[in-house]
Design a protein around this ligand. Structure first.
Ligand code: AMP
Length: 189
């Protein structure tokens, strides 16, 4: 595991713990000698995450679509900024560059990216681990929805069980490092 792709809010959320945990996660990535891949913005949880990772000496790659660069949301101090043609290219590049995927608290963008990466895993388009940093139980309603989808026959339980969930950054990164990916939906097994 060398690069962690992180999805998280362009906003900071209302609780100080969201920003603190994003910074803590960035520091932890750096202290483990890993690199960070993220959405390239300078504000919100994304900015707190990237600033902490950079401060800790981690290489940080931002992947951002042209139209957002024009709005000057890009972080000015990254190790590398990959400017791509649009949101679809961005998501594909962030999946390609990451060895594991983590969602921190966020809104529509974060959940869109998380569900895409989970969907690609179940289709066998990648075999990399996916996790949630469950700060103050932020993801419990989302996990309740996924359990409901399992109960109703729309998601197979192993794909729910395959999501690594932890509230502590170090614990989450350890668990992702130990993770074995599942056979995907279309495997012969
Ligand atoms: P959200 O969770 O809705 O705040 O969206 C954040 C996620 O979507 C990030 O992981 C980014 O990849 C992407 N994104 C959404 N809005 C922005 C923005 N203004 N600047 C950069 N990335 C964004």
């Amino acid at each position: 595991m060398r690069h962690i792709t992180v999805y998280c809010g362009a906003s900071s959320g209302h609780r100080p713990s969201y920003v603190e945990s994003a910074a803590d996660f960035g520091r932890r990535i750096a202290s483990l000698g890993l690199g960070l891949v993220y959405g390239g913005a300078g504000g919100g949880l994304m900015g707190a995450l990237a600033d902490a990772a950079l401060e800790g000496g981690a290489p940080v790659i931002g992947v951002i679509p042209e139209h957002l660069v024009a709005h000057e949301v890009a972080h000015p101090g990254l190790t590398r900024l990959d400017v791509v043609s649009g949101m679809h290219a961005r998501k594909a590049r962030m999946i390609e560059l990451g060895d594991a995927f983590v969602a921190l608290p966020g809104g529509f963008g974060t959940v869109d990216e998380l569900f895409e990466v989970l969907t690609w895993a179940q289709l066998g388009l990648h075999g990399k681990p996916c996790g949630l940093l469950d700060v103050d139980g932020y993801f419990q309603p989302l996990l309740a929805y996924v359990r409901h989808a399992v109960d109703e026959g729309f998601v197979r339980k192993p794909y729910l069980d395959n999501i690594v969930v932890a509230s502590d950054p170090g614990e989450l990164l350890d668990a992702l490092g130990r993770h074995r990916s599942l056979p995907h939906l279309f495997s012969a097994a």
